[in-house]
Design a protein around this ligand. Structure first.
Ligand code: NOJ
Ligand code: CA
Length: 524
């Protein structure tokens, strides 16, 4: 069963290079995160997920790890990270690091040893064919770059050779079984990395490409799941409070594999993408000039339908509610920011929904002020994702308060718009997006019925009526359209509005919601 502290956890995802730069080199750092912990707390977030902050050549922004046990010098030192764990804990904030178990950088010492022609401890740490002129049976591979004769299998970009966790079905002479000593050694090496950071005070991991480990796996990923169950056993014995959050986006599989949480991600045609990014279902990638169809549910009068989300979500939820948590996100470092498509009011309603769902929600840094998606050239393997990774906008000082380096030295440019949203400007406005996020999260912490465990039951999902759902004993209702909507409820007949965006009321069984409104109602 999931770590207890997750019951009321709300995560804040920090992309470290873009959060806050304290030494004027133009890149965010660990000390910058420490300095902003009070801000994180002020939002109502009580947990962090920090994207990979390890030593790396940064060809995939740090998801190409060169040393799992060393903080990248551009972010600081291991001591800084340990101080962050301590400072966060003092403020009641947990810290998850990013674990990248499926691949390393091509510059990792394990890989440098593995590519040598002489046999050594790391020869089979990665997946190699047995001849440089033989491809990898349908897996993406690189040939012709190693001293040893063989091609190596990739897990993602060219810079990311796949670690060898073995093959569930061995179909070629060069494929090792899951219980081959080399595959077992990889598994143990990853547990060793987990122990290293957990024993220094980290509270768990968000796990990159969690379903990618064992190759030729079956549809249910049973072999990869066995690896995670084994890791979970180790955690239960040695670090019982540690949390594991999967990047899997298949909660029935991930939670059965021993994860506490699994994200709902923005896969094209997945339910989540119909909420805010329906345009993504009609064009291959984000294109700022696209005039593609967009029926996002939270976009006013775009003809969206909440059932497209619920059809997938309810199946997952019903199947997994006793196993662990589904994690809805505002966005992440791989996804186009909500503000690309939604205005402030639309974002408020979308976040109100995300933060009143069961499970464990994640807020991506900057989404609380509606930071925009910028149209930028690629940086460190970001491509279209780069536009969602720009520096946090704190105030109206130099570089919007992100850094004292010259603008040309910044990791990425800050939003050049005159009206670029900032924390400072939104703090002054009572009804800003920032203050709305704060008020919803504070309500969530005050009402157990809005937290991870209370039941979620859709009550009305009919078109042209408010979308009404129950959380425990509370009733939530949303109207994302530009006109007032109403619905007759069997029960409750009456209740008091304890939270609202816009306006609405319930009296004598009639629930009426003004245009673009959200309410939480406590039955009288
Ligand atoms: C998923 C990560 O979120 C993404 O940023 C990265 O490029 C790939 N995995 C490869 O590690
Ligand atoms: Ca710095």
């Amino acid at each position: 069963m999931a770590a207890k502290w997750l019951k009321d956890a709300v995560f804040y995802e920090i992309y470290p290079q873009s959060f806050y730069d304290t030494n004027g080199d133009g890149i965010g750092d660990i000390n910058g995160i420490i300095e902003k912990l009070d801000y994180v707390k002020s939002l109502g977030c009580n947990a962090l997920w920090i994207n990979p902050c390890y030593d790396s050549p940064f060809k995939d922004a740090g998801y190409d790890v060169r040393d799992y046990k060393k903080v990248a010098p551009r972010y600081g030192t291991n001591e800084d990270l340990c101080r962050l764990f301590e400072a966060a804990h003092q403020k009641g904030i947990k810290v998850l690091l990013d674990l990248v178990p499926g691949h390393t950088s091509e510059e990792h010492p394990w890989f440098l040893a593995s590519q040598k022609s002489e046999k050594n401890e790391y020869t089979d740490r990665y997946i190699w064919t047995d001849f440089s002129f033989k491809g990898a049976a349908g897996f993406p591979y690189v040939g012709g770059e190693s001293e040893r004769s063989g091609c190596y299998v990739l897990n993602f970009f060219k810079c990311q050779p796949a670690l060898n966790y073995g093959f569930r079905e061995v179909r070629e002479p060069w494929q090792k079984g899951m219980d081959d000593p080399a595959a077992v050694a990889t598994r143990e090496a990853m547990k060793d990395v987990m122990r290293f950071w957990l024993s220094k005070g980290c509270d768990g991991f968000r796990v990159d490409m969690a379903s990618s480990l064992v190759k030729n796996d079956d549809e249910k990923k049973s072999a990869t799941s066995a690896i995670w169950k084994d890791a979970r056993r180790m955690l239960n014995l040695e670090f019982p409070d540690a949390a594991l959050v999967a990047e899997w986006s298949d909660p029935p599989l991930a939670l059965r594999a021993g994860y506490d949480c699994d994200f709902i991600l923005n896969h094209a045609h997945g339910g989540y993408s119909t909420l805010m990014r329906d345009y993504y279902n009609h064009v291959a990638h984000c294109n700022p000039d696209s005039t593609a169809e967009d029926h996002s549910y939270f976009k006013k009068d775009a003809g969206g339908n909440i059932n497209l989300f619920l059809d997938q979500y309810m199946n997952w939820y019903e199947d997994t509610k006793d196993l662990g948590y589904i994690s809805p996100i505002t966005c992440n470092h791989d996804t186009v920011r909500p503000a690309f498509n939604l205005d402030e009011r639309e974002c408020k309603l979308a976040y109100a929904f995300i933060f009143t769902l069961p499970g464990v929600p994640f807020l991506y840094y900057g989404d609380e002020i509606g930071m925009r998606y910028l149209d930028l050239p690629t940086k460190e393997g970001g491509y279209f994702r780069t536009g969602s990774r720009t520096p946090m906008q704190w105030d109206d000082t130099e570089n919007l308060g992100f850094s004292k380096a010259g603008a040309e030295k910044l990791y990425l440019p800050v939003d050049p718009a005159k009206d670029a949203p900032t924390v400072a400007s939104q703090e002054k406005r009572e009804d800003s997006l920032l203050n709305t996020v704060r008020s919803i999260l504070s309500l969530r912490h005050a009402e157990e019925d809005l937290q991870a465990d209370a039941a979620f039951v859709p009550v009305c999902t009919e078109p042209e009526k408010p979308f009404v759902y129950q959380r425990g004993k509370l009733l939530c209702a949303l109207n994302t359209t530009g006109s007032a909507l109403e619905v007759t409820l069997q029960e409750p007949q009456n209740g008091s509005v304890i939270y609202k965006i816009g306006d609405g009321k319930l009296s004598n069984g009639m629930l009426k919601l003004e245009a673009q409104s959200f309410v939480v109602i406590r039955r009288d």
